[in-house]
Unconditional design. Structure first.
Length: 567
């Protein structure tokens, strides 16, 4: 269950959940044990909000020398697939956590749950109801008005046992009957107004096949699964706070003995992002994005494909902390975390994304010269590499202005600049095409300035990155922006649909750019800093016939400026 070592020194931040656990340990509530669980439903891919929960549950287990189970709440076979089970396990392991031999499924407990339901019928605590789903909602009442009893609430124990057995045997159609708890239709907690705990669903289950055609509801299964597994602290998001009285009631009435303590915390809300699985699934199924691992998606596999590191996501989860009330976290903080991580360890290379050709007219034709380039100034142990310098080079179009504006310190006619790691260069002429666009920039170089420095004391203000035309690797680059145009895409005006807020410019593709030959053998998942352009990752679907890079994040760090100003 231990995470791999973080690049930052681990900080044991206090939060209200730890305070509760510490108090429980002081009072010996659970014999000093701490047992948590991460309980995803395998009906989709995990997203950054789940990452927060994963880090919290596995992190607490590590800190208190306890255990953390991975449990799949697979009670709705119409939406669950083995594909999701596999992806969830991959994501948890990639984040740096290990559940060991503590992997469970709610379906492991179907027999026990059925027996408990039968026992509740025998005790007069549950009954079979023939109301439709709409009728059940109507009978339930509102926050201001109490509910009313189902006309089937007073069936005898014998009749309920017979009907429930026939439900299990498959005699009835989907939705024709349900099993409900008999609690209190006037309760101030709507969830306590005779909730449904079993429904009929003639759907093959991904693990149990067609053995069952009745399936327990989440609210019945979840709390009992925690109890079966001897979970001490059942950590949930705030939307389950109102369900706590029901969970306590079910555990108490079931007689299972062990009673976990439920603690609620605020779920993660991230700007320019939706976290609803339903909405994410809709984006995938209707091809608004290119699958669950589209790098614009907030899914863990999408972030991984884009180039985020597990260390950066764990750092993000630690920085945002644990709150008791909902709030919105700026996505700039997540971007700051990946910048900090990659700034320390990403290989620096040169890449030209919007090229224009430079010809160094006094450099020998056909000559290839290798200059030393520092791999990462933040880490000297990463050493140096050699870059080929040739007569023809690529530079960014934005690094040249024929008529420079004030304070433009890059290349322009007559201006001398530094080509990084190489030489001082002076522009002498430009060549234009029929449309007036510059096609070539002619320059001369000073051989005495090898390495990009002058012994005679003269200085230049501009430094430009470049790539050899003859030696460059051609590549495609995907540039990503926010998936939505509104900071909170869930905050909709009347008549709006969240899909109306999708950003049409969330993906821009640069079909051909030029990168120094160092990346020729780069493997999918490798990350680099392109000098002055940002951080990039080799896409998982790349091959050496045509390498594709995904931009992870730009170099500009708005969150860092906000944080520094706050300090």
């Amino acid at each position: 269950m231990a995470a791999t070592e973080n690049t930052n020194e681990e900080v044991k931040k206090s939060n209200f959940i730890k305070e509760i656990i510490n108090k429980d340990n002081e009072e010996n509530i659970y014999g000093g044990a701490v047992a948590t669980r991460f309980p995803p439903e395998p009906n989709g891919y995990l997203h950054i909000g789940h990452a927060k929960s994963i880090c919290l549950n596995f992190g607490l287990a590590k800190e208190y020398n306890g255990t953390c189970n991975l449990r799949f709440d697979d009670t709705n076979p119409s939406k669950e697939e083995d594909e999701y089970v596999e992806s969830i396990q991959e994501d948890v392991k990639w984040l740096g956590f290990d559940w060991g031999d503590r992997k469970f499924f709610a379906s492991d407990y179907f027999e026990k749950l059925y027996d408990i339901a039968v026992d509740m019928i025998k005790k007069g605590k549950a009954y079979v109801c023939d109301l439709t789903a709409d009728e059940i909602r109507e009978y339930r009442g509102t926050l201001k008005a109490p509910g009313k009893n189902s006309p089937y609430r007073d069936r005898t124990v014998e009749e309920n046992l017979d009907l429930f057995e026939r439900m299990k045997a498959g005699e009835f159609k989907d939705g024709e009957r349900t099993l409900r708890l008999k609690i209190d239709m006037t309760s101030g907690y709507i969830v306590m107004r005779d909730p449904v705990i079993y429904r009929i669903q003639h759907t093959e289950h991904h693990r149990t096949g067609n053995k069952w055609c009745i399936y327990p509801m989440y609210d019945f299964t979840h709390c009992l699964s925690d109890s079966f597994e001897k979970i001490t602290h059942s950590i949930c998001t705030l939307e389950f706070e109102n369900n706590r009285p029901l969970y306590d009631w079910v555990v108490n009435e079931s007689g299972v003995g062990h009673k976990p303590k439920q603690i609620e915390f605020a779920r993660l809300n991230l700007t320019y992002t939706v976290m609803s699985k339903r909405k994410l699934l809709e984006l995938v199924k209707n091809s608004y994005v290119d699958g669950w691992d589209d790098p614009r998606m907030p899914t863990i596999c999408g972030l991984r494909r884009r180039g985020y590191t597990p260390e950066s996501i764990r750092d993000f989860a630690d920085r945002i902390g644990i709150a008791k009330s909902d709030n919105m976290v700026d996505i700039a903080m997540l971007e700051h975390c990946i910048r900090e991580d990659l700034n320390r360890r990403a290989q620096r290379i040169m890449a030209v994304l919007d090229p224009v050709k430079v010809i160094v007219t006094n450099y020998p034709e056909g000559q290839v010269e290798y200059v030393d380039a520092v791999n990462n100034p933040e880490d000297e142990s990463m050493g140096k590499r050699q870059m080929p310098f040739t007569r023809e080079l690529w530079i960014e179009k934005s690094d040249f202005m024929e008529e420079p504006m004030k304070k433009f310190h890059r290349l322009s006619p007559g201006m001398e600049v530094r080509f990084k790691h190489a030489y001082y260069i002076t522009c002498t002429d430009v060549v234009k095409g029929p449309d007036g666009e510059i096609t070539e920039i002619h320059c001369t170089y000073d051989p005495a300035t090898r390495g990009g420095w002058s012994d005679d004391g003269r200085k230049v203000k501009g430094t430009i990155h470049w790539v050899s035309v003859a030696e460059a690797v051609e590549a495609r680059v995907n540039v990503y922006e926010h998936l939505f145009t509104r900071e909170n895409p869930d905050d909709l005006k009347p008549g709006e649909d969240y899909k109306d807020l999708l950003n049409p410019d969330s993906l821009s593709v640069i079909e051909k750019c030029y990168i120094e030959p160092f990346v020729r053998d780069a493997k999918p998942g490798e990350r680099f800093q392109f000098d002055r352009n940002g951080y990039f990752c080799v896409d998982k679907y790349s091959d050496h016939s045509w390498i594709t890079f995904n931009r992870i994040v730009s170099l500009k760090d708005s969150w860092k400026k906000v944080a520094e100003k706050g300090n």
